[in-house]
Design a protein around this ligand. Structure first.
Ligand code: MTE
Length: 333
């Protein structure tokens, strides 16, 4: 996404940058483990995590477990093979820690995640700063297995842990004229070497229309693979919106602002002709510089293998298409 051109030193990611396939548990292995009693662990992702530990994925840091129940939200549990924990934690976009895919895993250890609070401001009954310890209790932790599609043309399948953003929104009581929600993420030049670079007007900000933010699939996310979020994946709390390109899923949230007018998001500010407010995954609307019709699943197949076809709304059409009824999605990209 960071839009590298040969002139400014940035290039679109090459397929050779994509991590090679490695050991990961298949769905079948997972089911076998479940039936063998591992279900007591209570989490598909947790079981999968154990499978990685037994396999070749050595050197992965073990984080605190984050228990959750499997989600009963429609569309929330894709049965596709999970991306390996190693790929999901070493092939990241988190520009505050550098622009290469391997930079966040290397540099994000400096992120200070405790104490952490989120300020809720704008058009709400009582604007307040809340401690993370309180926010965590506002919803029941669920595991959701989501397909994630990056605007750069690759995808992953990740078991996230969190609760629907709607639980937080209802709790803070937005006013009737709140039509959009803005998500503002952490910016700290002391701990985030990437914010000295000028490609983004920091802090990284994202936004959703209120009905998108209230959709049950929109996840306020505290963990992945049965554990708390690794720093490179947006600890301690991030957004995950599975039917939109990955950049909508802001990491390390510090502020949620309710507003009346459509907010200007960071990427649309940086390159308005390339990134729109909606950013719904849409195989029929190309990025101005590349097609969005296909994608490469990280960790799957060789570089010469055929790519997968990208699905409308990233495969969540049944759940979310009604939000956009009657809209011109080429214009509202
Ligand atoms: N959030 C912040 N604060 N900074 C970022 O650079 N990158 C986005 C998104 N959230 C980004 C961010 C992009 S482009 C993607 S594809 C996803 O995070 C990647 O999430 P992952 O590393 O967990 O796969």
């Amino acid at each position: 996404m960071l839009i590298r051109t040969h002139q400014d030193g940035f290039i679109h990611p090459l397929s050779s940058e994509i991590t090679k396939p490695e050991a990961y548990a298949t769905r079948r292995q997972l089911l076998r483990q479940w039936s063998a009693g591992a279900a007591a662990a209570g989490l598909a992702g947790w079981t999968q995590r154990e499978a990685f530990a037994q396999g070749s994925a050595s050197g992965l840091q073990k984080l605190a477990a984050l228990p959750a129940s499997q989600s009963n939200v429609q569309g929330a549990m894709t049965v596709e093979k999970l991306t390996s924990l190693r790929d999901a934690t070493t092939y990241n976009n988190f520009y505050e820690f550098g622009v290469d895919k391997s930079d966040p895993a290397r540099n994000a250890h400096t992120l200070k995640t405790s104490p952490w609070s989120i300020e809720v401001e704008g058009l709400v009954k009582k604007p307040t700063r809340f401690n993370l310890e309180d926010i965590i209790k506002w919803g029941a932790m669920q595991e959701r297995i989501y397909r994630m599609r990056c605007v750069e043309g690759w995808s992953m399948v990740i078991p996230w842990v969190g609760y629907s953003m709607s639980d937080l929104i209802k709790r803070v009581e937005p006013l009737p004229n709140a039509k959009y929600v803005e998500f503002i993420t952490q910016v700290d030049p002391q701990t985030m070497p990437g914010v000295k670079g000028g490609y983004i007007d920091w802090p990284y900000t994202e936004g959703l229309r209120m009905d998108e933010a209230m959709h049950p699939l929109t996840l306020l996310t505290f963990g992945m693979y049965g554990e708390v979020l690794p720093k490179q994946n947006g600890a301690p709390v991030r957004l995950v919106v599975p039917w939109k390109y990955g950049f909508k899923s802001g990491k390390s949230l510090v502020k949620i602002r309710f507003v009346e007018k459509q907010p200007l998001i960071s990427w649309a500010k940086a390159a308005p002709q390339e990134y729109g407010f909606y950013s719904n995954v849409n195989p029929s609307v190309d990025h101005p510089r590349w097609s969005q019709a296909t994608e490469r699943r990280i960790g799957e197949g060789g570089l010469l293998d055929k790519k997968r076809k990208t699905l409308m709304f990233n495969g969540y059409e049944a759940q979310v298409a009604s939000l956009y009824a009657g809209m011109d999605l080429a214009k509202n990209f």
